[in-house]
Write a protein that binds this ligand. Structure first.
Ligand SMILES: [Zn+2]
Length: 996
């Protein structure tokens, strides 16, 4: 037989596009349209419905950037449409692509009840099925004219990312506002042809099934009268029924489709718009659930649920009803889908506390699945946190975005720093926006790495990023792929149902140990420095606020600020969302974040000050409050006392123009260029700085990645570098050396101070560069194959070499408070108060192997915020020669938790003390249930074993082991004030202490 395959395939494409799809709506009449453009920010629904509107016609422009327009559409269903399905088609001027990235609408009835959301893939509203004819139609559309930020000219700087710079010119043209007849048979024919046509293209050309599909499609096209598609659609469908009924082969891959809309809590839109995005999507999905009995929808991020509850009660009513029916499913158990690299230990824990608690309180749902499809890599501390929150499974697909290496598994056990293993699934469909195309389903089956031993994968299905969710077309296609020869078998299921099957079929999955590093988006550890500083400062202040408020409550009966701390925690957790803390949102989001972090700091300082004043009492002395987990200057951890004097430092000028700073621990030499040429550890008799090199060296790189400007730094940035060694001034100021430089359009002032065993470096940068990367380098005379950087409840190691492509790809990585390198018996730490990105490399010369640690300070990408990081920034770092890992932990806390001096009468005893510095207390607080119980959380911090006694400074009736949600996990023990604890490496423990 002659091979006419290409001819038939091309014919299918054209006839579908030009004849069959247009016949879905064979008849239409225009609706009357009026509009009211709300001035400024969005208004309540009632106000939008009641507003005085004026006529507007299709073809007219509307929609200033970030504006809201309330359209009212009215009309009458023609009498002759009686008995037919009638829909309104409302096209606000959509770009066919990019649902969620442009204008959107939410349709209401005149009484204010929501109907469904509008986006380019969802422009219809059902009016009658069947219509009677003659119905009066009146609908309202709350339309948001959100600008397209990530357009077809990707990553071009735009002023549209902030309403303050976006201008007022209308962005959209009203395109279609009609009533139309919906021909369901034609629509079903389109679904048949799409499913079979897409499947056909994925099948082997030499296979029988492909040709059977081709011939069936050809017969169907022959059966259609192109001048009467509606009249012949049923006959065409009959030609396809046979191939659609042919069942899947027994070994077919099984796909659990989970209806989903990945909604970024802020990104290319501000937070306030996400509140509306969630309302649109949930309205859409509750409507779809009513129409489609097999469909299941899952929504993550408790914060988004809370927004619906607070801001859109009318939508919330529909959602809670669908949840009760078990088909609208809370997914995951975090407050938001946060970044997991940067959030500190307690913040990462509280993401789960607040997320899980919301679902438990509202719905009685305690999920065991963690849902993070889009987060930019996963720190190795996470498995232990997941387990301590009472969960045990993780889903993400993001690692498929890695540029260099292909992850070897899709279903596996992920082992964290403490040995906790979490059953983990990466959907092989490689997207969280699956739309049930044949290409996607075939890719999932082909791509699945665990074929032969496992058969199930999950596909998050629906438009995401900016929302939209699943469409009726996706549901129709999934139904056809339920049991179809040549296709994976598709079933709508909840995440929990999927995981139960995946676990059951795969009892011995492979194990991946350590972080799940994303080989992409590495610059998210640096972009938008003030957002990152706001996060770190908030985390530190929250620790202090809980500690001192709990101490004041127990010691002085001061009421504990439950409501305020709950609210502030949720604010801080929200800003850890995976486009806010990573710095990848528009200017508007980061401008608001800076302001929010200021308010958070103000309120937390107020709580801390109030608690400390209550504890200090009235007296002539001065007390130093030490919120760090280790004693400092004679003040116990978590207590207050008069502080001892630090060892005095001597500063003197060198003959060559530099300076020497010296105390009994360190002698630091700073040359005339303001660089640290020596940091001599007097106790160990050992030099810290690599021979012939200089530390505290600022280095400037060109930084223009190929894509994703705020997200990415590409490896080639290292090909060019400028050492900033020119100075304007190097001078002694008291016991500090102050260095001033200027470069490009920017200026920097550094203050170097020797305090105890550390050299503190304060860096103030007035930053006005474009597409540059600023690093602070510390070449260290240490030979190390690996280095440690702090993560949640511990640290993890990375190689200093690039033996493998996996190691080479980690050329920029995340730290919390410290990075540490060591030879046996002697190490160096660099600690920071707010930076997360770093790189570590090794040099070999005639002096041997040395290690260079560089801290990432600032970037200047121009997309999506064209003014990213312009202005003044202040950073604090410290070089700690001779630091063991325990010193790195301690110094990291010290630089983040400054001592606070308060006038007072008598020392304050800590609520809890531990007799082993390896055991670090990360939280002391009152229980969230307002019982008055004290919660204390601690962990082994050095990667070894610890045996310690935890002493309480108040009478304790009962000690109850608990999970992160403060729920009991074991039998209560009656003990006095001494609690023996034995910890495995990095082990995390939460205790609930019932007061006597
Ligand atoms: Zn996302």
């Amino acid at each position: 037989m002659h091979d006419d395959r290409n001819l038939v395939e091309a014919r299918l494409k054209r006839v579908l596009n030009e004849r069959i799809r247009p016949a879905i709506y064979p008849e239409s009449v225009p609706l009357e349209v009026a509009v009211w453009h709300a001035p400024g920010e969005p208004v309540p629904v009632a106000e939008g419905l009641a507003a005085e509107s004026e006529p507007i016609a299709v073809g007219q422009a509307w929609g200033a950037p970030w504006g809201t327009s309330w359209f009212t559409v009215t009309g009458t269903v023609p009498a002759e449409w009686s008995g037919r399905i009638v829909e309104a088609i409302l096209d606000l001027g959509f770009d066919a692509d990019k649902p969620g990235f442009q204008c959107e609408g939410l349709v209401y009835r005149p009484d204010g009840t929501p109907v469904k959301g509008l986006n380019p893939r969802n422009q219809w509203v059902r009016i009658g099925d069947p219509a009677e004819g003659g119905e009066e139609v009146r609908l309202h559309v709350e339309a948001a004219s959100n600008p397209i930020i990530l357009g077809h000219n990707e990553f071009r700087p735009t002023a549209m990312g902030d309403k303050e710079t976006a201008g007022a010119d209308p962005l959209y043209v009203l395109t279609r506002m009609d009533l139309a007849v919906f021909d369901k048979t034609v629509w079903e024919l389109v679904m048949d042809l799409e499913v079979l046509g897409e499947l056909m293209l994925e099948l082997p050309v030499d296979g029988t099934r492909r040709w059977e599909l081709l011939r069936a499609v050809e017969r169907a096209l022959d059966a259609i009268d192109l001048q009467d598609v509606g009249g012949t659609a049923a006959a065409a469908r009959a030609e396809l029924a046979g191939v659609l009924a042919s069942p899947a082969v027994p070994s077919a891959h099984r796909i659990s489709a989970v209806g989903h809309a990945h909604i970024d809590s802020a990104w290319l839109w501000p937070l306030r718009e996400t509140v509306r995005k969630v309302a649109r999507t949930t309205s859409n999905m509750t409507a779809l659930l009513e129409d489609e009995p097999d469909f299941v929808f899952a929504m993550s991020q408790a914060q988004q649920w809370a927004w619906v509850k607070e801001h859109r009660p009318e939508v919330w009513a529909k959602v809670t009803k669908a949840v009760a029916a078990g088909r609208f499913v809370p997914a995951g158990g975090m407050w938001v889908e946060s970044d997991t690299n940067m959030p500190g230990s307690e913040a990462m824990a509280r993401q789960f506390v607040h997320g899980k608690r919301f679902f438990i309180d509202e719905f009685g749902v305690d999920n065991e699945e963690v849902w993070l499809p889009d987060t930019f890599g996963f720190a190795a501390g996470l498995p232990q946190i997941i387990k301590a929150a009472g969960s045990k499974r993780l889903l993400t697909q993001k690692i498929s975005w890695s540029q260099t290496n292909t992850f070897p598994h899709h279903t596996f056990l992920w082992e964290g720093i403490d040995g906790t293993r979490i059953f983990t699934h990466f959907p092989p469909v490689d997207t969280y926006n699956c739309s049930m195309q044949g290409r996607e389903l075939a890719h999932a089956a082909r791509n699945f790495k665990d074929k032969g031993v496992a058969r199930h994968s999950l596909a998050p299905t629906g438009w995401g990023d900016g929302g939209g969710g699943t469409t009726r077309e996706m549901v129709a296609k999934a139904a056809r792929a339920r049991d179809l020869e040549g296709s994976p078998m598709v079933t709508w299921e909840t995440p929990a149902e999927f995981f139960a099957k995946a676990e059951a079929e795969y009892p011995q999955p492979p194990v991946w140990v350590g972080e799940l590093y994303l080989e992409l988006h590495r610059a998210t550890l640096t972009s938008q420095a003030k957002t990152k500083q706001g996060n770190r400062r908030s985390e530190s202040l929250l620790r202090d606020a809980e500690l001192w408020a709990a101490t004041a409550a127990v010691r002085a009966g001061v009421p504990y600020p439950y409501e305020r701390l709950d609210r502030i925690w949720k604010t801080v957790l929200l800003h850890q969302f995976h486009d806010i803390l990573p710095g990848s949102s528009i200017a508007w989001v980061h401008r608001e974040a800076r302001r929010t972090y200021e308010l958070v700091a103000g309120e937390l300082n107020e709580i801390i000050d109030g608690a400390q004043r209550a504890l200090a009492g009235d007296g002539p002395g001065e007390l130093t409050f030490n919120g760090a987990p280790h004693a400092r200057h004679g003040v116990p951890a978590g207590g207050a006392a008069p502080a001892a004097q630090a060892a005095p430092t001597v500063a003197r000028a060198r003959e060559d123009g530099g300076f020497v700073l010296e105390n009994d621990l360190l002698r630091v030499e700073i040359d005339g260029r303001g660089l640290v040429v020596s940091a001599f550890d007097l106790r160990a008799g050992r030099e810290t700085v690599a021979p012939g090199r200089a530390a505290n060296l600022l280095q400037l790189h060109q930084d223009f990645p190929n894509k994703w400007d705020a997200w990415d730094v590409d490896e080639f940035y290292r090909h060019t570098v400028t050492d900033l060694t020119e100075t304007e001034d190097v001078r002694l100021d008291g016991n500090s050396v102050v260095v001033r430089r200027s470069f490009g359009a920017s200026a920097v002032t550094q203050r170097l101070t020797l305090t105890g065993g550390r050299l503190e470096i304060g860096t103030e940068v007035d930053w006005h560069e474009t597409e540059k990367f600023l690093k602070l380098a510390f070449p260290l005379d240490v030979r190390a194959d690996r280095y440690a950087s702090e993560s949640q409840y511990g640290h993890s190691f990375r190689a200093t070499h690039t033996n493998t492509s996996w190691e080479a790809a980690k050329f920029e990585a995340c730290n919390h408070r410290f990075v540490h390198v060591e030879e046996p018996g002697w190490g160096v730490a660099v600690v920071n108060d707010s930076t997360y990105g770093h790189d570590v490399t090794r040099e070999v010369d005639e002096h041997g192997t040395t290690t260079t640690l560089r801290v990432s300070l600032l970037r200047a990408p121009r997309f999506p915020d064209p003014e990213t990081d312009q202005g003044v920034h202040r950073f604090r770092h410290a070089l700690v020669p001779g630091a063991a890992i325990g010193d790195a932990v301690r110094e990291g806390y010290f630089i983040n938790l400054p001592e606070r001096r308060v006038p007072g009468a008598a020392p304050v005893e800590p609520l809890v003390t531990v007799d082993d510095d390896a055991v670090v207390v990360t939280a002391v607080k009152l229980a969230d249930d307002e019982s008055g119980d004290v919660i204390v959380r601690f962990h082994e911090s050095r990667g070894g074993r610890a045996k310690a006694i935890l002493r309480t400074g108040f009478p304790v009736a009962e000690v109850v082991p608990a999970d992160l949600l403060e729920r009991p996990t074991g039998e209560p023990q009656r003990q006095g004030g001494e609690i023996p604890v034995t910890l495995r490496p990095f082990e995390l423990v939460t205790l609930r202490l019932k007061r006597a």
